[in-house]
Design a protein around this ligand. Structure first.
Ligand code: FAD
Length: 293
């Protein structure tokens, strides 16, 4: 199918120009375009019918990965391929590379962006779960000059829904320097290896000097409710030293506590089994990375 008529296509060179362009239209009439890997399909199917498309690909200030004394800031227009090849994203930030390396195929990774993924917040997308599992902060700006920073817990509201207002642009996702002995990992299972997940699991842990877990975050992708934390498993991971039995108990508690659904890719029980098996692997990797492995 072809998109409905797009009256204006703009390619601003700065964030302020992009925001000014969006502000000229009423709500729902104009939209940003990042890598186009979700937006183009939505326009072709006429789920989205924008009068104006504001293409962000020339806005250089939205691109790039910056490290400052351990803190991390990833510009919204940074592509998966750039995240996957950023070797400083290890240990506490390992989940970002795990996910980016296997999003879609090479073409999707060369075009798709972290900002587009989190703003679209599709149920089966990897990056929303990873940003949630890593406790990222979303930096937003509006045409009136205001800015705000939202914690991932407050940004992701449900499938295809976020707290971003239509007149706001996502500037970046950021994290402070992680605590010592922190590690994270992400893994998904899909019908095709590098495609949207049936289930994906992200685990972040921080260990105390005795090797026991002091902080844990677990986030899931692929469930009908969209990306979500799994507090039942987080509670069981805290205090354990990452031994196989403790991890298994934590993942079983998650599988029993979250709502899984059946569709043509997998039934609800299979999704629960995936959470147990993938989750176990991911948690073991996160603990190993936290120990410096
Ligand atoms: C074949 C295929 C396989 C895929 N496999 C996977 C997969 O395995 N895992 C996975 O996670 N995803 C997968 N995807 C989805 C892919 O990750 C998309 O790239 C992503 O969902 C959207 O990113 P984008 O940069 O293309 O954004 P776009 O499609 O351009 O935009 C998406 C939405 O975000 C908004 N937006 C974009 N940038 C901003 C910004 N800076 N500020 C405000 N709003 C913004 C747009 O207005 C639009 O509403 C796949 C897609 C395809 C086509």
């Amino acid at each position: 199918m072809y998109p409905s008529v797009i009256e204006e296509y703009l390619r601003p060179g700065s964030v302020s120009e992009a925001l000014a362009a969006i502000a000229r239209y009423d709500e729902g009439e104009a939209m940003f375009l990042a890598g186009g890997q979700s937006a183009m399909q939505a326009m072709k199917s006429r789920m989205l019918r924008p009068q104006c498309v504001v293409d962000l690909q020339d806005v250089a200030e939205l691109r790039g990965i910056a490290r400052d004394d351990g803190a991390l800031r990833i510009g919204a227009m940074t592509r998966y391929v750039d995240i996957a090849s950023e070797t400083t994203l290890d240990g506490a930030f390992g989940a970002l590379r795990d996910a980016a390396a296997h999003v879609g195929d090479r073409q999707v990774r060369n075009r798709g962006t972290i900002g587009g993924s989190v703003c679209w917040n599709y149920v089966a997308s990897c990056m929303p779960a990873v940003v949630l599992g890593l406790g990222g902060t979303l930096e937003l700006a509006a045409a009136d000059g205001s800015t705000r920073r939202l914690e991932a817990d407050d940004f992701f509201l449900g499938p295809l829904e976020t707290a971003r207002r239509e007149d706001e642009i996502l500037l970046a996702v950021s994290w402070p320097a992680p605590a010592a002995r922190s590690g994270s990992a992400y893994k998904k299972w899909g019908l095709v290896r590098d495609a949207l997940p049936v289930v994906g699991v992200c685990v972040t842990v921080t260990l105390g000097s005795d090797g026991n877990c002091t902080q844990a975050r677990v986030a899931l992708s692929g469930l009908a409710g969209g990306c979500q934390r799994a507090p039942a498993g987080e509670d069981l991971l805290r205090g354990c030293n990452g031994d196989a039995d403790a991890i298994e108990r934590a993942m079983a508690a998650i599988a029993d506590s979250v709502e899984t659904h059946s569709d043509m890719s997998a039934d609800a029980d299979y999704r629960r089994q995936l959470i147990r098996s993938i989750g176990g692997e991911v948690a073991a990797t996160a603990f190993a990375r936290a120990r410096g492995g």
